[in-house]
Design a protein around this ligand. Structure first.
Ligand SMILES: Nc1nc2c(ncn2[C@@H]2O[C@@H]3COP(=O)(O)O[C@H]4[C@@H](O)[C@H](n5cnc6c(=O)[nH]c(N)nc65)O[C@@H]4COP(=O)(O)O[C@H]3[C@H]2O)c(=O)[nH]1
Length: 911
């Protein structure tokens, strides 16, 4: 187009002096032609502006449609992910309501953290049964019978997921988006509901990451017209019904005609007119809207319009001048023949005008940020505007004579060639396409190109194409980022639960096709919580990232390593046909995570427990595979950690039994089913009771008295020992404060209590609350306490000793390197384990007791013999030099009242 103009300019310059000006033109004809030309110029400019406006508008409609697809998919994945977990919980509950363990589900479903603020369960009367976070004191009796979801789910025996309004939550008073599912009893009757409270701010923040311009908006609505989440947020937005606010013109008016589409609307909230794309969210009763400000997207248009008006006015002025000149020339022609020279001059002026006109058109093309291109009918570049320097890094001249396909990324070349074929074959008049272009500096960028056919003015034959090309990399990257965010864990970059489940389905399809097996590994880090508590969350995050690196390094390319949430990872091992291959892989993973980690200069050691479920080509249900791997993981953790176990049939029942015991234990703590019994400690020099050892008893309403040997390990494993131990300390000190004659009380302290913060506070609190002098309290610890972080434990023991409390080493002789522990901390007492006393008739056992007594005497430590049952044993431990004894020979552990009576009897018999 521009080249053609240039050529004609040269030709007219050549005839300028030779050809008389427009012979045969009448005055009226000239005036008419000039006004037609002016009208044409304005018509062309008007048409150009009109089509540009249309293009921007249509492009914006396409943009908001594309972005709304991304946002809709993202929201759907999030909500379906939440619902998936709820469906698992509902299934698990309905399979066996009695064995159902809500707490265990919550621990396993850490993927809900962040997105959700609460997961809770209500009975058929709408009363709270359990929740992830306990209600604030004073809220314990609220009910949810008035909630819409409760009423809907209790009335409908077969409802799906119920998505409620965003309302103020009962637990926190903050706005939450509640989704709920119905729980049935075995007979199908209504048993209650499970409710997940989603943080609408979480969704708003995700929307914020999407580029919709500074005045754009993204909203999530329910079919009821209420806002579920929106960015930017507006005051009271959850209370406003958008359907009635925008009656007849908003998203709901359009939704009545089609589930997806676009529209334009002035927002009643901030009066901004936006182009909206809307879509229903999968099968959920929700709609997303994505809006871009019309004013914002039209900015390039207004610039272009200004330029066009300037150009139009200039051309008009020039044409009018030309007309005036021509009229004058005509007049002179008629006056005498010498007017020929003047007419030539007029021609020259005309030439100037034409040049100016071209210059103005060129100005238009050269001042837009889009690259304007004209190609001939062969799609060879004939004109390229200077904006190409910014967009592709080439000089315009470098592109002249080249063809577009040369610059396209090889992966996009085929699709692009198809579009160009559609144009050249005449199938279409216009085309808009987006693909990657390679810049001159080798960087690939995303560009969008709109082609329109141009036609020769006189014949209307196609003679080329005008194209405008713009850089849309930022928009594309935002779209790709949204897709990535929805399927990957932000911290480690590993696939998240959603993608993991997808890969699991693919793996199953592959296995079916090829007849191979595969394995699912559920991995849980050991001692991760301790690192997190001790070094803080940023250190915990770094550790998780390093763990992800090591797991990925151990896996093969065909395997999938995913982070399911918290310290929970999962791996799909492809093409695994025998357990041995899975064992080897698990051993490698345990070895890799067993090596110490360096976190900002601090060396940290953790471990990993792994549950393995093997899948054959016939496996039907991929969900059960992960559940089975989880059950095997549970078994691995309970049998010692840093190990792996395969899933075996029947494990579920065993896990359920253990889970029941754990639940019982938690209930017992709340009901106060624990008591302390007291076993007297006898001083061998005076034969007097000098104190009592406090021993826990569980008075179970059904099982009767449960031995601590049965429940202490479980309490340690579940962390309940911290609460239980603190209670035992308070209770023992309270009881001992009422004993006469400075009798002391010994309390067992578990190794786990040393790993948790707060042990010293518990001891100080028990002493100050009871008024018991610290010297009358003795803490009994076992060697296992010193086997953990010995330095930290010894420091803690010193601080406890600083309070005046005495420290005894319990069960001495049952560990591995007992004597070395005696060097680490100056204990006040050693208690020789009763297994040695039972065997004391045996010369070897007697020799060991003698050695310990010798060591104790040498270090000035009192020695207690535990489990003395017979007079012979008493005589022997006395002759070996023990200073104190405990055992059934004197008394079984006694309830508190009997212990007091025991003291009275001893005192009166001594008197
Ligand atoms: N066969 C026999 N046994 C005797 C004799 N004299 C005492 N015993 C038993 O030996 C155990 C001594 O406690 P332990 O070694 O600290 O061993 C305790 C201790 O490790 C743990 N435990 C008990 N109460 C607590 C507590 O409050 N906190 C912690 N962390 N552990 C506790 O449970 C273990 C078992 O406690 P119990 O079943 O009460 O068992 C007690 C006691 O009843 C005897 O002459 N013959």
């Amino acid at each position: 187009m521009f080249n053609r103009t240039a050529r004609s300019t040269e030709e007219s310059g050549h005839i300028n002096s030779a050809r008389p000006s427009a012979p045969g033109w009448s005055k009226d004809g000239l005036i008419l032609a000039t006004f037609i030309a002016i009208s044409l110029v304005w018509a062309v400019l008007g048409y150009h502006l009109h089509s540009l406006k249309q293009t921007i508008r249509e492009q914006t409609h396409r943009d908001v449609t594309n972005i709304s697809i991304g946002v809709e998919k993202h929201v759907e994945r999030l909500l379906v992910g939440v619902d998936q977990v709820m469906r698992f919980i509902v299934d698990d509950y309905q399979n066996d309501p009695e064995a159902f363990d809500f707490a265990a589900w919550l621990r396993r479903s850490t993927s809900l953290e962040g997105l959700t603020t609460q997961v809770s369960m209500y009975n058929a009367a709408g009363e709270l049964q359990a929740s992830r976070t306990p209600p604030a004191p004073g809220l314990a009796t609220f009910h949810v019978r008035d909630r819409a979801y409760f009423q809907a789910l209790s009335a409908d025996p077969n409802p799906g997921l119920y998505v409620d309004r965003t309302v103020r939550g009962r637990f926190t008073g903050r706005y939450v988006l509640q989704t709920a599912r119905r729980l049935n009893r075995r007979d199908g009757s209504f048993a209650g509901v499970i409710v997940t409270s989603i943080d609408p701010n979480y969704l708003s923040n995700q929307f914020k990451a999407v580029d919709v311009g500074s005045q754009g908006s993204i909203g999530l609505f329910g079919y009821d017209g209420y806002i579920r989440a929106r960015y930017p947020q507006i005051e009271d937005m959850y209370e406003r019904n958008v359907a009635s606010l925008n009656a007849g013109k908003g998203v709901f008016a359009h939704l009545a005609h089609a589930p997806t589409g676009t529209y334009e609307l002035q927002s009643p909230f901030d009066q901004v007119t936006r182009v909206f794309g809307y879509r229903t969210v999968g099968s959920l009763p929700l709609i997303v809207t994505v809006g871009k400000s019309l004013e914002e997207v039209m900015l390039p248009f207004w610039d272009e319009q200004r330029l066009a008006i300037v150009a139009g006015l200039s051309i008009t002025a020039l044409l009018l001048s030309l007309l005036a000149l021509r009229l004058r020339a005509l007049k002179r022609d008629r006056l005498h023949a010498a007017a020929l020279a003047e007419a030539n001059q007029t021609l020259y002026e005309k030439e100037k005008i034409a040049r100016a006109a071209e210059a103005h058109f060129r100005l238009l093309a050269e001042n837009t940020t889009d690259v304007i291109i004209w190609c001939d009918s062969d799609i060879t570049h004939k004109y390229v505007s200077p904006a190409v320097r910014n967009v592709l890094g080439y000089e315009p001249e470098e592109l002249i004579g080249t063809r577009p396909l040369r610059f396209v990324h090889p992966d996009d070349a085929e699709a692009y060639a198809r579009v160009l074929r559609d144009l050249t074959s005449g199938r279409v008049e216009q085309a808009v396409t987006a693909q990657r272009y390679r810049r001159k500096d080798g960087v690939d960028i995303w560009v969008e190109i709109s082609f329109s056919v141009t036609r020769e003015a006189v014949t209307s034959q196609r003679d080329g194409y005008v194209a405008s090309l713009r850089d849309i990399t930022a928009r594309k990257e935002a779209e790709l980022q949204i897709a990535h965010m929805a399927t990957h864990d932000a911290l480690t970059g590993l696939p998240n639960r959603l993608l993991f489940r997808d890969r699991l389905s693919q793996e199953r399809a592959n296995a079916k096709r090829h007849g191979n097996g595969f394995a699912v590994l559920a991995c849980d880090l050991d001692r991760f919580k301790a690192v997190n508590d001790k070094l803080g969350h940023p250190a915990g995050d770094k550790l998780l990232a390093l763990v992800a690196e090591r797991l990925t390094a151990e896996a093969r390319d065909v395997d999938t390593v995913a982070r399911l949430g918290g310290d929970e990872f999962a791996i799909i091992l492809s093409w695994v046909n025998d357990p041995q291959a899975a064992s080897l892989a698990a051993e490698r993973l345990i070895g890799a995570l067993g090596r110490p980690f360096d976190i900002d200069g601090v060396t940290v050691s953790i471990g990993v427990s792994i549950g393995i479920a093997l899948a054959s080509a016939e496996v039907e249900n991929t969900d059960s595979l992960l559940t089975n791997a989880d059950i095997a993981l549970y078994k691995a953790k309970s049998t010692g950690r840093n190990t792996f176990r395969f899933y075996e049939a029947g494990m579920d029942a065993m896990v359920a039994k253990r889970t029941n015991l754990e639940l019982d234990l938690r209930d017992a703590l709340q009901r106060g089913d624990f008591v302390l019994h007291y076993q007297p400690v006898i001083d061998l020099a005076s034969d007097e009771a000098v104190g009592f050892e406090a021993l826990l008893r569980w008075q179970h309403p059904v099982r009767g008295m449960v031995s601590p040997a049965d429940f202490i390990p479980l309490a340690e494993e579940t962390g309940l020992i911290t609460t239980l131990g603190a209670w035992a300390l308070r209770e023992a000190c309270r009881e001992a404060a009422s004993w006469p004659h400075d009798l002391s009380v010994a309390v067992n302290v578990s190794a786990i209590q040393f790993q948790q913060p707060g042990l010293e506070q518990s001891v100080m609190h028990a002493l100050s609350a009871s008024g018991l002098p610290a010297r009358r309290l003795e803490l009994e610890i076992t060697e296992s306490v010193l086997m953990q972080d010995a330095q930290a434990v010894v420091a803690c023991l010193h601080r406890l000793r600083g309070l005046g409390v005495r420290i005894a080493l319990d069960d001495f002789g049952t560990g591995y390197s007992s004597l070395s522990y005696l060097r680490q901390f100056p204990f006040d007492k050693i208690k020789i384990d009763r297994s040695f006393i039972r065997e004391i008739g045996d010369p070897d056992a007697a020799a060991i007791v003698r050695a310990v007594v010798g060591l104790g005497t040498h270090l000035g430590i009192a020695i207690t013999a535990e489990g003395v049952e017979t007079r012979e044993q008493l005589d022997q431990v006395r002759s070996e030099g023990c200073t104190e004894v405990q055992g059934f020979l004197f008394s079984q552990p006694l309830p508190a009242l009997d212990a007091l009576r025991f003291i009275d009897v001893r005192l009166s018999s001594a008197a």
